[in-house]
Design a protein around this ligand. Structure first.
Ligand code: FAD
Length: 384
């Protein structure tokens, strides 16, 4: 490779989306993708409804790294973890000691699952699912087990609970908040979702948390802070994500909750960009697919010397709980307004509106989820 390449660190949805978009503008500039994992392509959101859709870890992987390299006319190096970035000299160092040079660098590093500090001799057995390799381990464990406990009733916890319960597993969910999706739904919505998931067999333990995880023969025993004891074969945690910022921070690149980038996805260093779950774009960390797609399109243009700020329309999130169709478009942080709630036996329509009845966000559950498209057109842009 004589010309210095554009280097992308990360082969998740963000890394691949930016290369795919870049190749629409430029087929010649060398592109190198470095990945700490296998480098194959899979759609991460499908992990939490794979049982219902009949997918296995093998069938979720839709393209190997070699095939992606061919399709994208890019070099891909799987199992090549970057351990240091030297942005002043435009160098990278891999775990094997190799030094690489870049022309422009894109950080698409993703996020880590947060692990709560739990106690007990069973903590080594705790699982979480944040990528395909995690999911393979989880599915292997499921093959011989039946009782599953999930810590966290956010999006991922609720989706796994629904998927597992419908597939015949006995599912307990535990959360410190009073209702599922506590940070995203008004109370009526949370209660509705809980009732629908309970109807599939999910058992809720709310307003409490797990304190100890002990081995009990082949199973685990969870001691909750409210005094309850739950027996489980598998204990899955899904309590949230933390953007991967360590590599950037050590390189002197500005970080906050995520790697800080402006609306053009540029970090505090010239020629270093970030997008996806690792990035904090103009103050927002949005670990979802749609922001990645919008950011990738803008960044691809910027990488070809056409500086283009990312613009985010309203991007409602579909929660993959078939027992309770749910669509959420949370109001922007700090937005002033109130929830207006219409509740029936079949659904909840919650609209977050300001004093002039301008729609700033919504949560639609059950039959109300059908109103998503119409209501989404009334939402303000997330980032202009
Ligand atoms: C179970 C689950 C269900 C979800 N469902 C939805 C949904 O329904 N809708 C939705 O919008 N979003 C959903 N999401 C979120 C969505 O999947 C993520 O926002 C998206 O996949 C993140 O992509 P990414 O490329 O930023 O990160 P990742 O996919 O995590 O990719 C990060 C990449 O960086 C690599 N990497 C990290 N550090 C290094 C290093 N030092 N050197 C080299 N490589 C490195 C990793 O190996 C990996 O290839 C879900 C997430 C999960 C876990």
């Amino acid at each position: 490779m004589s010309r210095k390449p554009i280097v992308i660190i990360g082969s998740g949805l963000a890394g691949y989306a930016v290369v795919r978009e870049f190749r629409k503008f430029d087929v010649k500039t060398p592109v190198l993708i470095l990945s700490a994992d296998h480098g194959g392509f899979y759609t991460k959101p499908m992990l939490s409804n794979a049982l219902a859709t009949g997918k296995t870890p093998a069938s979720l992987l839709t393209s190997s790294a070699e095939r992606m390299a061919d399709q994208m006319n890019a070099m891909i190096r799987p199992y090549s973890r970057v351990i240091t970035i030297d942005p002043s000299n435009k160098n990278l160092f891999l775990q094997n000691g190799e030094k690489l040079n870049y022309d422009q660098l894109v950080l698409a590093l993703g996020a880590n699952q947060i692990h709560l500090p739990l106690e007990g001799d069973g903590i080594e057995e705790i699982l979480s699912v944040n990528d395909l390799d995690d999911y393979r381990r989880f599915r292997d464990a499921l093959a011989t087990k039946k009782e599953i406990a999930i810590l966290g009733t956010g999006l991922i916890g609720c989706e796994f609970a629904n998927d597992l319960a419908v597939a015949g597993y006995h599912v307990h969910v535990i959360d410190i908040s009073a209702q599922p999706l506590g940070r995203l739904l008004p109370q009526a919505g949370g209660i509705f979702l809980q009732r629908r998931l309970e109807a599939t067999g999910v058992v809720f333990h709310m307003d409490t948390t797990t304190q100890r995880v002990e081995r009990a023969g082949e199973s685990l025993q969870l001691a909750l802070s409210n005094g309850e004891i739950i027996k489980a074969d598998i204990f899955l945690t899904a309590v949230g994500l933390a953007p991967r910022i360590a590599l950037a921070k050590a390189a002197g690149i500005e970080v906050n909750r995520g790697i800080v980038v402006n609306q053009s996805l540029r970090t505090s260093y010239e020629d270093v960009y970030a997008l996806g779950d690792c990035a904090e774009v103009d103050g927002r960390v949005l670990p979802f697919v749609m922001p990645i797609m919008h950011a990738a399109r803008a960044l691809a243009a910027t990488l070809t010397n056409k500086p283009t700020p990312a613009r985010y329309p309203a991007m409602p999130v579909l929660v993959k709980t078939p027992a309770c169709p749910t669509v959420i478009s949370p109001p922007n942080p700090g937005a002033k307004g109130k929830w207006q709630i219409e509740e029936t036996q079949d659904g909840v329509k919650a609209l977050f509106q300001d004093e002039e009845n301008k729609l700033l966000g919504f949560a639609l559950l059950g039959v109300a989820a059908k109103e998503k498209n119409l209501l989404a057109t009334r939402l303000p842009l997330v980032m202009e």
